[in-house]
Structures are given as structure tokens and as C-alpha cells.
Design a protein around this ligand. Structure first.
Ligand code: DGL
Length: 271
């Protein structure tokens, strides 16, 4: 039996993309309160160096832990890929990233043993998914591909039609024909492009959403008693951003399923 702990889960991302992870958390853990931070002043992380992203991740984590969260979810693939060891070394709350859960789900799902990983340049360059997949199951063949244009496409709402289809084809065609039956959507934005990705990859290829796998991992951490569970009633959500909230609020519904009506701006550099 786990203890009751009504403190919120802290969730951060470089911006709006982590709302896809929040959406999965809402569905999997409907009683848990959440504080979300989108580092919209510094987005994108996916094209920045590991050192810079780690510094931003530490600032985000310090802000959320100052709000007394009971567990930290690094909802950004790029930050999870490069900053988890540094965060785990300094924080006293459990830290859950999106890479290990996504890799675990893909390793369990593949029958052919050939897995694709799509992510930002920083995520793919880090080799974090490749390492996590090898740790989950030996003998897997991994084809990893950076797809940087998918992020602006998702944010601009270009989810269907010729433009995303042509871009997806140009990224994914080199991966086809190798027996790949499972592909990890290793970036917060890619679940929005699921339709076009499925069309280009083929109906038989399973698409693994790291956000769903992460919500499952958070649920297991709570069930294991590493932090208490909230129990029914009194759930809250709060949203913080590091630039003015307008764009975050405007595009939030596409990522979260429901619009964020209120987000508060914070200055992490001086705060
Ligand atoms: N949230 C980032 C990720 O999942 C994508 C956007 C960015 O580049 O910051 O890697």
C-alpha cells in the first residue's frame, strides 16, 4: 500500500511539446496534480549542445523543486537524452525521463528486432535511445534519424497533406526496406504527425509514443512507493512559461487535447 502524497508531479519541456506527455499523464494518472514548465524563452533544445541543454534542464528542475514537487518528469526527449545523470545526481526527488520508457516499450514490441528511432538532432547525436535499446534487449538493430523539420511542422499545425508527406518521405525513405517493424517517436512533437508517419512507414509498423510509455513508468514509480499517490479529489494543474504565454496558450490545444487557459511567465535566469 502506497502512502498519500498530494504534492504535484513536476513536468518540464523546452516548450509546448511536453504537453503531449502531460496528456498521457492525465490519462494514466487522473488523480495526480501537475505543475508544468515550458522553457519557451530558450526553445528549441533539439539543435543545441548537450552542455547548454543540461544547464537549462538544471534551471528548470530547480524552479520546479522550489514548488515542492514530489517527482520530476523530464518530458523533453533532448533534455532526457543529455541531462538525466546531472539531474539525478543533484535532486532528492525521483526523476523520470522519456528515453528509457520509450526504449523499453519498443524493445518489448519489436518482433523483427529492427527498431527505428526518430528524434531531434541532439537526441539522435547523443546516442541515448541507441544505448537504452541495447540495455533493454541485446541484438537489436537500430536505425536512428534526426527529423528537425517535424518540430516546426507540428507547431504550425501542418500535420497532413503534401508538405509533411514529402518531408517525412525524405527523412524516412533511407530507413525503409530493412525489416523495421517498430519506430519510436522520440520527440514530443512527433505524435502529432502520427498519421503521415504511419502512411510513409506503412500500416504494419508500430509507432511507440514515448509519452505514453513515460506515463506508465511514472505510475510504476508511484506504485513502487518511491513517492506517494494523490488519491481521488482535489487535482490541480498549473502552467509556467519563460517567455510571454501567448503562443504557448494559442497552440496548447493541439498538443494537449484541451486548451491551456492560463500560463504564468517566470524568469528563471534571475529567479
Ligand atoms: N521537446 C523537444 C524534444 O522532445 C523538441 C523541441 C525542441 O527542440 O526543443 O526533444
Amino acid at each position: 500500500m502506497t502512502s498519500v502524497d498530494r504534492r504535484p508531479l513536476g513536468v518540464f519541456d523546452s516548450g509546448v511539446g511536453g504537453l503531449t506527455v502531460l496528456r498521457s499523464l492525465r490519462a494514466r494518472l487522473p488523480d495526480e496534480s501537475i505543475v508544468y514548465l515550458g522553457d519557451t524563452a530558450r526553445v528549441p533544445y533539439g539543435t543545441k549542445s548537450a552542455g547548454v541543454v543540461t544547464r537549462y534542464a538544471q534551471l528548470n528542475a530547480a524552479f520546479l523543486t522550489s514548488l515542492d514537487v514530489k517527482l520530476l518528469v523530464v518530458a523533453c526527449n533532448t533534455a532526457s537524452a543529455v541531462a538525466l545523470p546531472a539531474l539525478r545526481a543533484t535532486l532528492s526527488v525521483p526523476v523520470v525521463g522519456v528515453i528509457e520508457p520509450g526504449a523499453r516499450a519498443a524493445a518489448a514490441r519489436t518482433r523483427t528486432g529492427v527498431v527505428g528511432v526518430l528524434g531531434t538532432p541532439g537526441t539522435i547525436r547523443s546516442g541515448a535511445y541507441q544505448r537504452a535499446l541495447a540495455a533493454e534487449r541485446s541484438g537489436l538493430t537500430v536505425h536512428a534519424r534526426a527529423c528537425p523539420l517535424f518540430v516546426p511542422l507540428a507547431e504550425e499545425g501542418w500535420l497532413t497533406g503534401d508538405v509533411p508527406r514529402l518531408i517525412a518521405r525524405s527523412y524516412l525513405e533511407p530507413l525503409l526496406g530493412h525489416g523495421m517493424d517498430t519506430v519510436v517517436l522520440g520527440c514530443t512533437h512527433y505524435p502529432l504527425l502520427r498519421g503521415v508517419l504511419q502512411e510513409v512507414l506503412g500500416a504494419d509498423v508500430a509507432l511507440v509514443d514515448s509519452g505514453d510509455a513515460t506515463a506508465e513508468a511514472v505510475s510504476q514509480v508511484l506504485a513502487a512507493g518511491k513517492a506517494g499517490t494523490a488519491g481521488p479529489g482535489g487535482r490541480t494543474e498549473r502552467f509556467y512559461v519563460t517567455d510571454i504565454p501567448d503562443r504557448f496558450v494559442d497552440v496548447s490545444a493541439r498538443f494537449l487535447g484541451t486548451p491551456v487557459s492560463d500560463a504564468q511567465q517566470v524568469d528563471l535566469a534571475v529567479g
